[in-house]
Design a protein around this ligand. Structure first.
Ligand SMILES: Cc1cc2nc3c(=O)[nH]c(=O)nc-3n(C[C@H](O)[C@H](O)[C@H](O)COP(=O)(O)OP(=O)(O)OC[C@H]3O[C@@H](n4cnc5c(N)ncnc54)[C@H](O)[C@@H]3O)c2cc1C
Length: 381
């Protein structure tokens, strides 16, 4: 079959590869390019984690880890560094139970252990904390480059910048009109990240999606480069924070909520905003004082797309497969995303763990839970 994949981020690019490796003629297009700063997949690193509370996510993460290792062997690049992950805050007990049920090694941390594992944090002895040694960080841009190379090797055409203007179903499949040509194909996959709303509406598809800009900053205090990744479920009793070492840049800290800046479909990048940098600094000074030197050394913005339940939307309608609603945690699954989306596009049985990604699982006006943040009410991850 001939397939057009629109969007070459974490959802689209591995789909191009999977479909091309299955013998399809695949054209992947992206209006900005692979790892471009406008999209959700930009940046050098992300957290990789087996740690989840939903058993299906742990199953997906285990499969993904095997595929990341295969991708490393194929590309000759180090793509995952299992520096471990510290979890802390009230939900930790549930996560530890889910990990133990799935036979994933996890250690509950005493106050003395916490000091040993991550001395730069201001520890909160009354809250549970755990360490997941097989988790860590992944090299995002290098991972996407490895997938792009594999896709090209399998015969796929990757065309950037090329922008889809319209998509429609035809009696024989789909017609994708771009700013450069008209592509007739059997199937289309729309993996257009935060741009989905405006591109899906003409197809009569309305989904509850909330694009927003997440901002991260880099700190170089203490022995940051030897520290594990971090998920802190409570920040000042409000929302979560995540962190991870990013070689050459510093320890990356991000607050788990989007900015006040409105989503702009034409933005080519997301410059840092001073107020969010201040919120980020406040958190670091209060909860990770050992990371704060004279930083932050760098601040970056990147969009994500929230859904009301924090799960993705991946499903097929006619000849068009939709993959969006990344909810700020799709990168860890990247190498299996392509297989999952390709199976759905080809009409193979959906994976049991992917049942929760159905488009019809909630109405288009399903409400989002808002949480109070220093910037006002926000959707948390
Ligand atoms: C700050 C931040 C931190 C994160 N941290 C983590 C983490 O630690 N671990 C983790 O697993 N995940 C993390 N994530 C989430 C992860 O990065 C995203 O889930 C993932 O990158 C989403 O990919 P996507 O393919 O859905 O979207 P995108 O990467 O945005 O891809 C969509 C693509 O579609 C293209 N496009 C849009 N419209 C058109 C059009 N009309 N024509 C052609 N192309 C088009 C865009 O140019 C874009 O490249 C984080 C995200 C952010 C923002």
């Amino acid at each position: 079959m001939r397939v057009v994949v629109v969007g070459l981020g974490v959802m689209g690019l591995p789909t191009v590869r999977a479909l091309a490796e299955r013998g399809h003629e695949v054209i992947g297009i992206d209006r900005h390019g692979i790892s471009a700063p406008a999209g959700s997949s930009a940046g050098m690193t992300r957290i990789f984690r087996l740690a989840h509370d939903r058993p299906g996510d742990i199953v997906l993460a285990k499969k993904a880890l095997e595929r990341w290792r295969e991708l490393e062997a194929m590309s000759g690049e180090t793509l995952i560094d299992q520096v471990g992950l510290v979890l802390r805050g009230e939900p930790v007990s549930e996560w530890v139970a889910a990990l133990r049920d799935a036979d994933v090694p996890v250690e509950e941390l005493t106050p003395a252990d916490r000091e040993r594992v991550f001395p730069e944090l201001a520890h909160r002895p009354d809250e549970p904390a755990a360490f997941v040694p097989e988790d860590g960080m992944l090299f995002a841009a290098k991972g996407l480059a490895a997938v792009a190379a594999a896709a090209r090797k399998a015969g796929a055409e990757l065309s950037t910048p090329e922008r889809m203007l319209a998509v429609e179903e035809t009696p024989s499949g789909v017609r994708v009109t771009t700013d450069q040509r008209v592509l007739e194909a059997d199937l289309a996959v729309l993996a257009v990240g935060p741009w989905a709303q405006s591109l899906l509406e003409p197809l009569g598809l309305r989904l509850p999606l909330a694009p927003a800009i997440g901002q991260v900053s880099y700190w170089r205090g203490g022995a940051w480069e030897r520290r594990p990744s971090l998920i802190d479920f409570v920040a000042d009793g409000k929302l979560g924070v995540y962190g991870l070492p990013t070689p050459g840049k510093g320890y990356k800290i991000g607050l788990d909520y989007g900015s006040e800046e409105a989503w702009d479909t034409e933005a080519a990048a997301w410059p840092p905003r001073a107020f969010e940098e201040e919120c980020n600094r406040d958190w670091v000074l209060a909860h990770a004082p050992g990371l704060a030197t004279d930083g932050p050394h760098l601040t970056e913005g990147c969009p994500w797309t929230m859904t009301p339940d924090g799960e993705y939307f991946i499903d097929r309608r006619g000849a068009i497969t939709v993959a969006t609603g990344c909810s700020g945690h799709a990168f860890k699954f990247m190498p299996i995303m392509g297989e999952l989306i390709a199976d759905i596009a080809e009409g193979r049985p959906a994976w049991p763990e992917a049942d929760i990604f159905r488009l019809d699982r909630m109405p288009p006006d399903a409400p989002f839970d808002l949480v109070e943040t220093p910037m006002g009410p926000r959707i948390g991850l």
